[in-house]
Design a protein around this ligand. Structure first.
Ligand code: 8YV
Length: 319
């Protein structure tokens, strides 16, 4: 008897071995396409690795799709309403990348405050021939005030680290988080108050209609001229043109960016030329351990969906 065909899974790649290996011989991978003409009528699942857009038009071309599994927690690139309307469960990987992402937030904060990248470049250059105690003075992190926008799991991990640096921690969130206030001593503030009071502002919120462009010309103007903005959320939470202007004109002191809008920025984007920007290529969860856990959970979500079972981590459909 001929073997039953493997379920066909459409994915953007190239996929990591940690995703491919546990699924070897269990699925047939199909390359990502948005082409209406492509015959993907029998695709059983969609696996999103690097944030390709999944909307109603795509799902309509995949009438047999039983699950969308996302490698990562943020699902702003997936139209959850469109998936729910077609009874397609969406899986993601929450709860396992908070520590790594918060570590990255602090890496950017420290690197920006202490001018690490400028220092590294200088220390390697032919110009570094004599030590001068007057150069590259940064700003203190310990004892400073950190404002966190978005007090979810990642925000709470950032707050926990900030305590170790004796920082005062302010936060703004859709809802007050009484348990986090009690356990981590963070103070809830209106956004304007938080921006005006913080030496460091860290963005840890999901991208949604409410947060898109929340950091713009107007809100940047509320920040201290000595303050640093750190974005470990999503690029479009910040208006890129307004951020460039604020940094170029030194209306704020610096920025540490793990995410940008667009991502990546065009190679000749002026933001990339500013010395007061530290930028990483979306490395928030990029540790060996965390990325392995993300692979395991997203594979488990995929297999459960293919088997018609409840996903280990299903994204709640939008209210
Ligand atoms: C991943 C992320 O790098 O989980 C998220 O939302 O942005 C990152 O952890 C990403 O999802 C992998 O594409």
């Amino acid at each position: 008897m001929p073997a039953a065909p493997l379920p066909r899974v459409m994915a953007d790649g190239p996929l990591a071995p940690a995703v491919l290996e546990p699924l070897a011989g269990q699925v047939e991978w199909l390359p990502w396409t948005n082409e209406p003409g492509t015959d993907y009528a029998d695709v059983a699942a969609v696996y999103t690795y690097g944030h390709p857009h999944v909307g109603g038009a795509l799902l309509d071309r995949l009438p047999k799709c039983r699950v969308v599994s996302n490698y990562g927690v943020g699902v702003d690139h997936i139209d959850l309403k469109a998936a729910a309307a077609r009874n397609i469960p969406v899986g993601n990987t929450p709860g396992i990348l908070d520590g790594a992402t918060a570590d990255m937030g602090f890496t950017l904060l420290l690197a920006s405050a202490r001018r690490l990248i400028e220092g590294d470049t200088y220390a390697r250059s032919p110009q570094f021939t004599t030590y001068d105690p007057g150069y590259m003075l940064g700003r203190e992190v310990h004892g400073a005030t950190l404002g966190i926008l978005g007090m979810g799991r990642i925000g709470a991990q950032v707050a926990k680290r900030a305590r170790g640096f004796d920082m005062r921690v302010l936060y703004h969130n859709r809802n007050r988080r009484a348990e986090v206030e009690a356990s981590l001593g963070v103070e809830y503030m209106a956004l304007d108050v938080l921006l005006a009071a913080s030496d460091y502002v860290m963005l840890c919120c999901p991208l949604s209609d409410a947060t898109r462009g929340i950091i713009n010309r107007e809100t940047l103007a509320k920040m201290k001229p000595t303050a640093t903005l750190v974005n470990i959320a999503r690029g479009p939470v910040v208006d890129t043109a307004a951020l460039y202007e604020a940094l170029a004109e030194q209306k704020i002191a610096g920025a540490g960016l793990d995410v940008t809008d667009p991502e990546p920025l065009p190679r000749d984007h002026p933001l990339l030329k500013l010395p007061n920007v530290v930028i990483a290529p979306h490395l928030g969860s990029a540790t060996i351990e965390t990325r392995r856990k993300m692979a395991e959970l997203s594979v488990a979500n995929l297999l459960a969906g293919l088997a018609g079972k409840e996903l280990p981590h299903r994204v709640a459909p939008p209210a």
